[in-house]
Design a protein around this ligand. Sequence first.
Ligand code: SF4
Ligand code: SF4
Length: 92
Amino acid sequence: MVTVDVVLSKCTGCAHCRDVCPVNVFEMRPKDTFADVTDDPEVAAKFQFRGERSAVINGPDCIMCEACLFECEGECITIVDDEGTLHASTYK
Ligand code: SF4
Ligand code: SF4
């Protein structure tokens, strides 16, 4: 089973993951609905944090298209595929 994860402290709320995912793995939710989310200072130096964060709601549906991995500003998405290989996001 594919496992998708978001490091919330690095998630800027850009919603790119939600917008590019063909199988609706992500849902944007207000930051204050997550417990104890801080803004990562290294990410904050490069990008503006918005009021939302990305929640993984359908990780097992991921088809490994990798679109979100290239669109994630915070480089905070990781995916472990069926064979246990870790894929980390790199913003392009
Ligand atoms: S790699 Fe998976 S989670 Fe990311 S956009 Fe593609 S289907 Fe969605
Ligand atoms: S693309 Fe990355 S930074 Fe942007 S909302 Fe999704 S998880 Fe957060």
